[in-house]
Design a protein around this ligand. Structure first.
Ligand code: SPV
Ligand code: MG
Length: 301
């Protein structure tokens, strides 16, 4: 039931005037932290989900693995979860099944890009950047839009034309084609270090379909600037993952050197904080209500 509401919430956010800020996550705890920090939605990031399996973001994981991660995130939060489904895990037929499965699981929407399967992360160096044939990809976008049964389920079409060095005209041409096939929003990705190119894209955008951008490499621009340039959704795609990697590396280094856990105490979350994040209180309330009498013992720091 909850997932139906979560699902509808993203569509509602798209209809409101304010910018939507989504943040990347890959598991339930990360998604909950995104929610608790006050963001509008969770971006179930392919980059993060892949990294959390210790594999590159290169179509290595199966649709089932990404769906499993997305379900965990969706269950952990009340805000909508939008899933990065890369190419839709293959051709249009695979993408149709992807939409069926993610919609059925109560996710708020999916994002499907015009890379060729198997895709590579947009930022990997030295990778020849080949785009899907436009005619074929247009049919894929049509297929996924027609595959959707719940009108609240959001289909985001993403173009990698700028990443592939194909220029603004090609990016606009592709994005317009995807919007005309029924996509609910267009994600235009760029790997430049400034937002110039995505802002130029937004300036020439002439469809009533909202725009999304991902300021990973052009990281000095603000949400407000991107919103005034015409972007409706801004995704901070992988910053929490990168923060946690840095924190874990530093903690592990300190533990290895100091050989006592007290050395990391000032830099780590208290156990009680983890209890709070996993809603231990409510778990204990259920135990008291539904299990034979047994008073749980809770060691807090
Ligand atoms: C992801 O988070 O997997 C994305 C966004 O696709 S990016 O990694 O910035 O390409
Ligand atoms: Mg991705």
């Amino acid at each position: 039931m909850l997932s139906v509401r979560q699902n509808r919430m993203f569509r509602e956010l798209l209809e409101k005037p304010d910018p939507i800020v989504m943040v990347g996550a890959h598991d339930g705890l990360g998604a909950r932290l995104v929610e608790e920090a006050g963001f509008d939605a969770v971006w179930a990031s392919g980059f993060e989900i892949s990294a959390s399996h210790a594999v590159p973001d290169a179509s290595v994981l199966t649709m089932t693995e990404v769906l499993a991660a997305a379900r965990v995130m969706n269950k952990a939060v009340r805000i909508p979860v939008v899933v990065d489904c890369d190419t839709g895990f293959g051709n249009a037929i695979n993408a149709i099944r992807t939409v069926h499965c993610f919609e059925e699981a109560g996710l708020a929407g999916v994002c499907i890009e015009d890379n060729v399967f198997p895709k590579h992360c947009s930022f990997y160096p030295g990778v020849p950047r080949e785009l899907a044939d436009l005619k074929e990809h247009r049919l894929k976008v049509q297929a996924i839009c027609e595959a959707r049964e719940n009108p609240d389920f959001v289909i985001i079409a993403r173009t990698e034309a700028l990443i592939a060095g194909r220029g603004l005209d090609e990016a606009l041409h592709r994005a317009r084609a995807y919007a005309d096939e029924g996509a609910d929003a267009i994600l235009v990705h760029s790997s430049l270090s400034t937002s110039e190119e995505v802002e130029a894209f937004a300036c020439r955008w002439n469809r009533p379909v909202p725009l999304i951008c991902v300021p990973t490499t052009y990281d000095t621009v603000s949400v407000d600037q991107l919103a005034s340039a015409g972007f409706k959704v801004i995704i901070f795609a992988n910053h929490a993952l990168r923060a946690s990697v840095r924190a874990m590396q530093e903690t592990l280094r300190t533990l290895r050197q100091a050989r006592t856990a007290s050395a990391v105490r000032p830099c780590i979350a208290r156990l009680s904080e983890i209890y709070r994040l996993v809603h231990l209180d409510s778990h204990f309330a259920h135990e008291r209500k539904y299990l034979p009498a047994r008073v749980p013992v809770c060691d807090t720091e």
